[in-house]
Design a protein around this ligand. Structure first.
Ligand code: GDP
Ligand code: PGA
Ligand code: MN
Length: 607
């Protein structure tokens, strides 16, 4: 190490120059009190969480109920991703496309340099080496996050592979790493007392796609601050994938085994808070079908040497929406959570030192401390847990985790589902006629907004491939990339594509389909379609099930009730067309021609 190094770097466990010089540059700018190089060990985790408990950021839960688990309560203004403040700063504005906020990189860097100047004063700066995907992958994707939040360090340890092994591998192989800089933007003056959840009213989540770098300021919330997740594994990875010929997608992936022991891997793209984690951990209500989890949020896919589509999950943990996750709806998630080692954010506390959220148990506790620290009773008239409260749990605590999760080469994908939250129009399940129509399903996917992002909830918006907030470049180029990479496929091994909607409503306003474990019936139908065994009705939008073609054993619904969930409604679809046309116009010519052709042929079939 040269003598010109900052004294703060004296303890650096590496001589890797690209890393040292970046860490030094950041330390000089942000002026932390000390630097901690994260090794990822259990002892380190214990120390960090002890400190977070002492600081009031974490509350230790009753170890008899939730061993080695903690609850965090955020600032009430820092509870979700902030899409308005999320930027793709490509060199040319055109490359960010109409779905992203853009600012000239130099202007943005100037702004960030001012904000980060002294932003870590009085705090520890943590350096977290991490890898998304497997350390033993053919082309491992490294990153280093610098953060001044110990909560972020503890959460990153659950969500990604971090620490000494990763640092050594980066150094040994001279690998590129994505520099990912995060600050809560709350420096401490000498003697100033800290708050439990430091953050800044001003928030910036910024990506420089050509440099492959990330800068996040002002928020401590997961999707804004755990930079390996949405920022790297989706926004930056989607750009890497475009340049390297693969796909980085907002998808769960599950392994389905039929009663005849045939294995099918199913990937599914749903927007945030639209059912990925629940489907990935599905507990089937039909006999003989087995589901195992591979991933619940992000899937990286590439076409293999035999033209098959192969998928891996780059993450190591679950960052799941707590409300609605319960012993009745998602027992597999509940069992994983009950093993402990979890960090909960913005859930409610029970009087015996456990956690609770809406939907966790059928019986509602008579008294709780709500996510804002107030007394809560069932007649308080407000939710006890924030609607976007989360559990953060190691993925290997899932009993039903598929062994292939650990395989760097991933699994072959046999079916892809696109889905969203729509009260009307979209049937329970529709099979596309072919791959091109399947891409059209993805390109025109729509969903009502949820609490996972700041802003209004329940507004229908187009969300292409469930990637609207996560495409790191021009949306039309992104759809073109899907068309182009899939041209490398073995046509016989292209996955079959389905459009699904667990959220359709009846005329009375209830859900038309019970969802959760009963979604196994839809998966079974999809597999039987692939095998050529299940009946379907051909409609202008593709093939929908006849009620009798779905396995309804033990469901307790009449065929008429099922018909309401699966029916194709020509009037609703005619009303949908102007919205589709407007959506395609917004791409301003960068859309693949095959998609414009699909829309024209849909219109003529509907006429
Ligand atoms: P993710 O953010 O896409 O992983 O979504 P989650 O699986 O965490 O689910 C988000 C919300 O949707 C939770 O409140 C779930 O209870 C609810 N949900 C998930 N699957 C279903 C379903 O099949 N039917 C209904 N009605 N709600 C569901
Ligand atoms: P999700 O992602 O909502 O897709 O689960 C978490 C987040 O970053 O908000
Ligand atoms: Mn999820």
């Amino acid at each position: 190490m040269g003598d010109t190094r900052l004294p703060l770097l004296a303890e650096a466990p590496t001589t890797y120059e690209p890393l040292l010089s970046w860490v030094e540059e950041v330390a000089e700018l942000t002026k932390p009190e000390r630097i901690h190089w994260v090794n990822g060990s259990e002892a380190e985790y214990r120390t960090l969480t002890d400190e977070l408990v002492a600081a009031g950021t974490l509350t230790r839960l009753n170890p008899e109920l939730f061993p080695n688990s903690f609850a965090a309560f955020s600032d009430p203004a820092d509870v979700a991703r902030v899409e308005e403040q999320t930027f793709i700063c490509s060199e040319n504005e055109r490359d960010a496309g109409f779905t992203n906020n853009w600012m000239e990189p130099a202007t943005m860097k100037g702004k960030l340099a001012e904000l980060f100047d002294g932003s870590m004063r009085g705090r520890t700066m943590y350096v977290i080496p991490f890898v998304m995907g497997h350390l033993d992958a053919e082309d491992p994707k490294f990153g280093v996050e610098i953060t001044d939040s110990a909560y972020v360090v503890a959460s990153m340890r659950v969500m990604a592979r971090i620490g000494t092994d990763v640092l050594e591998r980066i150094e040994e192989t001279g690998a590129f790493f994505v520099p990912a800089l995060h600050s809560v933007g709350a420096p401490l003056e000498p003697g100033q007392e800290d708050v439990p959840w430091p953050c800044n009213p001003e928030k910036w989540i910024v990506h420089f796609p050509e440099e492959r770098s990330i800068v996040s300021y002002g928020s401590g919330y997961g999707g804004n601050a755990l930079l390996g997740k949405k920022c790297y594994a989706l926004r930056i990875a989607s750009v890497m994938a475009r340049d390297e010929g693969w796909l980085a997608e907002h998808m769960l992936i599950l392994k389905l085994t039929s009663p005849e022991n045939r294995v099918y891997n199913v990937a599914a793209a749903f927007p945030s808070a639209c059912g990925k984690t629940n489907l990935a951990l599905l507990d089937p209500t039909i006999e003989g079908w087995k589901v195992e989890t591979l991933g619940d949020d992000i899937t990286w896919m590439r076409f293999g040497k035999d033209g098959e589509l192969r998928a891996v999950n780059p993450e190591a943990g679950l960052f799941g929406v707590a409300p609605g996750t319960g012993w009745g709806t998602n027992p597999n998630a509940m069992r994983a959570i009950a093993k402990g080692n979890s960090i909960f954010t913005n859930v409610a506390l029970t009087d015996d030192g456990g956690v609770w959220w809406e939907g966790m148990t059928e019986e509602v506790p008579t008294h709780l401390t709500d996510w804002q620290g107030n007394d809560w009773t069932p007649d308080s008239g407000r939710p006890a847990a924030h609607p976007n409260s989360r559990f953060c749990t190691p993925i290997d605590q899932i009993d039903m985790l598929a062994p292939e999760y650990f395989a760097p080469e991933g699994v072959e994908v046999h079916a892809i589902l696109f889905g969203g939250r729509r009260k009307t129009t979209i049937p329970l399940v529709t099979q596309s006629r072919d791959w091109a129509q399947g891409i059209f399903y993805g390109a025109t996917l729509s969903s009502e907004t949820t609490a996972a992002a700041a802003g209004a909830v329940g507004v229908v918006r187009r969300d292409p491939m469930a990637m609207l907030p996560f495409i790191g470049y021009d949306a039309g180029d992104y759809l073109n990339h899907w068309v182009r990479v899939s041209a490398k496929a073995n046509p016989a091994r292209l996955p079959k594509i389905f459009l699904v909607n667990w959220f359709r409503r009846t005329r009375e306003g209830g859900f038309a389909w019970p969802g959760f474990g009963d979604n196994a019936r839809v998966l079974k139908w999809a597999i039987e379609r692939i095998e050529g065994a299940a009946d379907a009705v051909e409609t202008p939008i593709g093939f929908v099930p006849t009620p009798a073609s779905l396995d309804l054993t033990g469901l307790g619904m009449t065929e008429d009730e099922v018909q309401e969930a699966v029916r194709f409604d020509a009037e609703e679809w005619k009303a949908e067309v102007p919205g589709l046309e407007e959506w395609f116009e917004r791409f301003g010519g960068s859309l693949p021609e095959s998609l414009t052709a699909e829309l024209e042929s849909l219109k003529s079939r509907l006429a």
